[in-house]
Structure formats: C-alpha cells, structure tokens
Ligand binder design. Structure first.
Ligand code: GDD
Ligand code: MG
Length: 369
C-alpha cells in the first residue's frame, strides 16, 4: 500500500524554529516528528511512502534515508514551487504504485494521532468511498477544516478555517483516497485539497465519508502544541510506535550533561550535547541539541533551540528561543515571546508577547512591556 505525506509547508507558526529546518524534522520526544508517522504507517501495512516536500526539501533524505530503517520504502518528490496540499498530491501521483481502485493513505506532516488507521481503511473499503476522512472533535474549530456529517456518516460540507464553524467536528489531516480520485486533481498548478478538492467532490455528489475516532490527536504546528506533543509522547499519554521507552517525566539524550540537582518534569526533553546546570527546573519544555541552560534557570512550556544559551536565574514561560540565541542573566521571557535565531538579550531583560507573534530581531530590544 502507498501513502503520501504532504510535507512542503514553511511552518511559519513555528518560527524561528523552522527558519533553518522543515517542521516535519523538528524533534518530538527526541525523534524527527515525521518518523512517528512513518512507523505508524509501516505498522498499518504501508510499504511505500512518497514524501511531498518543498520548503528545505534537501534536509529530508540525509536524515531519513531510503526508509528501510522504518520498514518501508521512502520516495522524495519535491516541488520547485509550492503547489498547495492537493497540487502536491497530484505532483506525486506518477510515483504511485496503487491501481486505480486501490486506497492511498494521505497524511498532513504535523499530526500526532493515535487513531485506528486500519479501521479507517476498512471503513473506506466497506463504504466504497471516493475519500474517507479521519475526523475529531475539538473545542474550537476555527483553526481547522470544519466537517459536518449526516446520519450515515457521509460528509456534507468542508469549511476550511471558518470564522463561525457549524460544528465542532474537524478534519484531522489523514485521508484515504481511492487512487483514481487523486488523478482527477488538476496538474501543473497550485490546488488546495481543503478549499478546492473536497468542496468540488461534494458538489459533484461523490462519496466522501467521515471516520470519527477521538483517540489522542494533536496538530503540533505551534510552539505550545510542539511542547505538548513531545511531552505527551515521553509521558506515555500520546501513543507512538516509534517511541520504545517506558513512560517517564523526562527524556535526556545520552550525550547531554544534566546536574543532579536539576529538576526535569512534565515530559521535558534534553537533546544531544546539551547542558543543564544545577538548580535548573524544566517543566514540559524542549532543550535542543547543544543548548546550555545555566544554573537556577526555569523553563516552563518553552523551547530552547539548538546552540542557544540561557543565563543564570532566567525564567522562560511559553517562550521560544531560536538557534544560537543568547539570553542573559535573570531575564524573564513570558507569554508567547519568540527570540530570533542568533539574537542577544541583555541581562535582566523582560519580554512578553501575548499573541505569540512577535520576534525580537538580533540586536533589537524586542517587545519590552
Ligand atoms: N508539499 C506541499 N506543498 N505541502 C504543503 C504545501 C505545499 O504547497 N502547503 C502545505 N503543505 C503541507 C504542510 O507541510 C502540512 O504538512 C500540511 O500541508 C498542512 O498544512 P498546515 O499549514 O499544517 O495546515 P493547517 O494545520 O492550518 O490545516 C490543515 O490541517 C488541519 C488539521 O491539523 C488542514 O488540512 C485543516 O483542514 C485540518 O483541520
Ligand atoms: Mg497543521
């Protein structure tokens, strides 16, 4: 069986972490995110995965290889310019081995999901659908595709990022397409599966079926969600067949150095060659490769990027510190603030950004209150 992972987006909601690397390669529980998906696909009987890449495409193959490590064959299909979620699928179709009437699994590259993929495939087969979508319930559907269904479980509308969603049931970003339906997507131009393909299939009266499964599900496409997803895998809350360790309060790479008086909890991770000094508290936070957390600093729901340095006694709460940034002594970085790659934050600085959208540029004072 074939699958396609759409993995070409720029991941702008994760800046500055995605300035130098694509979202699917960011570590979650110490493993490049997409590997969690690849192993899940292999477990469900997928033998070939087409990775539809674009942004920072060249970084995938050196990290993931030919897929044999994950029990499948990996094929890289790269767009020279972004073709959108359906354009990417159409661009990849010449590489599919599935026959016209066979199923192809499609995944967004940022969804951590414990749902029953075999059950979704079975639902697709039994209902003879053109497409079968995994659907979940969320508290606020505005950031997603709102997907109402009728009493038979057939999809009746697809409303992407609706300001006033008609229901709390959303597209979870995992589809089973009958292969011939992928061939119908127009070639050679940008097409959105959410805004064009699904509405067109519904307008044509095609069979689009919902597979509702409310197991663990998370889109890891924001800093807060990335922290949560990683912590949930480490703590055993989120199932991932790629993660073999027993549930724990933290995950420390074997090459990292962590002082015995540091407190690591909430599913925090410390990456390769990172240093965590005495008295540090990490709660549900990610410390990337080569980062340095000085004595008595605290990080809660925060991400410290590769090579970044955090000064003594500094407090991070809902903060993101970019690659190689340097944060001084006794700073407070709070409420969604993001520090750019390479930025230098002076001792005692206080920064916060309730919307989480501002980025302090290197050498600039940032958004001080
Ligand atoms: N190859 C390629 N080319 N991939 C792309 C492109 C492109 O031009 N544009 C986006 N992608 C990929 C992204 O890399 C990501 O894996 C996926 O498409 C979805 O993009 P996101 O940016 O993560 O979309 P979203 O989270 O706002 O919304 C999508 O996911 C929700 C569930 O998490 C939609 O599918 C919603 O309907 C859905 O509810
Ligand atoms: Mg997403």
């Amino acid at each position: 069986m074939d699958a396609i992972i759409v993995a070409g987006g720029a991941g702008t909601r994760l800046l500055p972490l995605t300035a130098n690397r694509p979202k699917p390669l960011l570590p979650v529980a110490g493993i490049p995110f997409v590997v969690h998906q690849l192993v899940k696909l292999a477990d469900a009987g997928v033998g070939r995965v087409l990775l539809a890449t674009g942004y920072r495409a060249e970084q995938f193959e050196p990290q993931l290889g030919d897929g044999s490590r994950f029990g499948l064959e990996l094929i890289y299909v790269t767009e020279s310019q972004p073709l959108g979620t359906a354009g990417a699928l159409r661009h990849a179709t010449p590489q599919l081995s599935a026959r016209a009437d066979e199923p192809v699994v499609i995944l967004n590259s940022d969804v951590l999901s414990g749902h029953d993929l075999l059950g979704q495939l079975e639902r697709h087969r039994v209902s003879g659908a053109d497409v079968t979508l995994h659907l979940v319930e969320v508290a606020d559907a505005r950031a997603f595709g709102c997907v109402p269904t009728n009493a038979r479980g057939h999809v009746t509308a697809f409303l992407e990022k609706a300001p006033q969603p008609v229901c709390s049931q959303i597209n979870a970003g995992c589809y089973v397409f009958t292969r011939s339906v992928l061939d119908e997507i127009p070639a050679g131009r940008a097409v959105s599966v959410e805004r064009e393909t699904f509405p067109a299939l519904l307008a044509q009266g095609r069979t689009v079926v919902g597979f509702v499964d409310c197991s663990y599900w998370l889109d890891v496409g924001t800093p807060a969600a990335l922290c949560q997803g990683s912590a949930d895998v480490v703590r055993g809350v989120a199932p991932s067949p790629a993660y073999a360790r027993p549930p724990a309060e933290s995950l420390v790479d074997g090459t990292a150095s962590v002082a015995p008086t540091a407190t690591l909890r909430g599913g925090s991770t410390v990456g390769p060659q990172a240093t965590v000094e005495k008295g540090v508290v990490l709660d549900r936070s990610l410390v990337a490769e080569g980062a340095w957390i000085s004595a008595d600093a605290t990080a809660i729901d925060s991400i410290v990027g590769p090579g970044a340095r955090i000064g003594r006694g500094t407090v991070l709460r809902n903060a993101v510190v970019g690659d190689d940034a340097q944060v001084g002594v006794a700073c407070e970085l709070l409420s969604g603030v993001r520090i750019s790659n390479g930025a230098v934050i002076e001792d005692g600085a206080v920064r916060f950004s309730p919307g989480g959208v501002l980025t302090s540029q290197p050498g600039e004072p940032g958004d001080a209150p």
